[in-house]
Design a protein around this ligand. Structure first.
Ligand code: T46
Length: 190
C-alpha cells in the first residue's frame, strides 16, 4: 500500500496494492493493521455507500461537527469521481485551502479526509459509486455544509455540465462569516 502526503497536512492519498491475474484482480481495500503500521490508526465505525447516476453530480461540501466529527477514508467502487477536502480548522495555516484527486474504480486510489476538513466530490462518469469509512456515526444534528462553488475556496471542479445538486447543497453558505466548529493546534502540524 502506497501512502502519499498532500498539500494539506493530514490529508493522505492511499493506493492499496492490486494482485492481477487472468480472472481480474484482488486488493485488500482496507486494513487497519496496514494503515496503523504507517502511522494512521483510526477506528472506523460506519461505512457509507452512495450512487450518483449522472455525470456532474456534486455532493458536498459536508462535515459533522464535534463531538461527532468524522475522519473519512474514501474510495470509488464504480466509475470515477473528483474527491475534494477543504481545511476548515480555524487558525490553520492552510485554512480554506483545498486538495482534489480523481478516485476511480480503475486507479483504486483512496483519500483520507480527517475530521476538521469539509468533504465533497463531483462525478466524472455516470452511475458512479462512492464508498467511504467514517470514524463516527451519522449525527444529523451536527451536520454542516459549505457551498461547492464558493470563490473564497476556489475549487477547480472538473465540470463539463451544470452540476446536479441536492436542495441542501444548492443553498449552503460560503466561507465568509463561517463560524467553524474546528480549531487548529500546532500538534495538528505533526
Ligand atoms: C450522510 C448520511 C445520510 N443519511 C441519510 C440522510 C438522507 O435521508 C439521505 C441522503 O443524505 P445526504 O443528502 O446528506 O447524502 P449526501 O449528500 O451524499 O451526503 C454526504 O455527502 C458527503 C460527500 C459526505 O462526505 C457526507 O458523508 C455526507 O454529507 O441519507 C444516513 O442515513 N446516514 C448518513 O451517514
Amino acid at each position: 500500500m502506497q501512502i502519499e502526503d498532500t498539500a494539506l497536512p493530514g490529508v493522505k492519498l492511499i493506493t492499496p496494492r492490486r494482485f492481477g491475474d487472468h480472472r481480474g484482480f484482488f486488493s485488500e481495500s482496507y486494513s487497519r493493521k496496514a494503515l496503523a503500521e504507517q502511522g494512521i490508526d483510526i477506528e472506523f465505525c460506519q461505512d457509507n455507500h452512495s450512487l450518483s447516476a449522472q455525470v456532474g453530480t456534486i455532493r458536498g461540501l459536508h462535515f459533522q461537527a464535534p463531538p461527532h466529527a468524522q475522519d473519512k477514508l474514501v474510495r470509488c467502487g464504480k466509475g470515477s469521481l473528483f474527491d475534494v477536502a477543504v481545511d476548515i480548522r480555524t487558525g490553520s495555516p492552510t485554512y480554506g485551502q483545498w486538495v482534489g484527486y480523481e478516485l476511480s474504480f480503475e486507479n483504486g486510489r483512496q483519500l483520507l479526509v480527517p475530521a476538521g476538513f469539509a468533504h465533497g466530490f463531483v462525478t466524472l462518469l455516470p452511475e458512479t459509486e462512492i464508498i467511504y469509512k467514517c470514524s463516527d456515526y451519522y449525527a444529523p444534528e451536527t451536520e454542516g455544509a459549505l457551498v461547492w462553488d464558493d470563490p473564497a475556496i476556489g475549487i477547480d471542479w472538473p465540470l463539463t455540465v451544470d452540476p446536479v445538486l441536492s436542495e441542501k447543497d444548492a443553498v449552503a453558505p460560503g466561507l465568509d462569516g463561517f463560524d467553524s466548529p474546528f480549531t487548529w493546534t500546532p500538534e495538528d502540524a505533526a
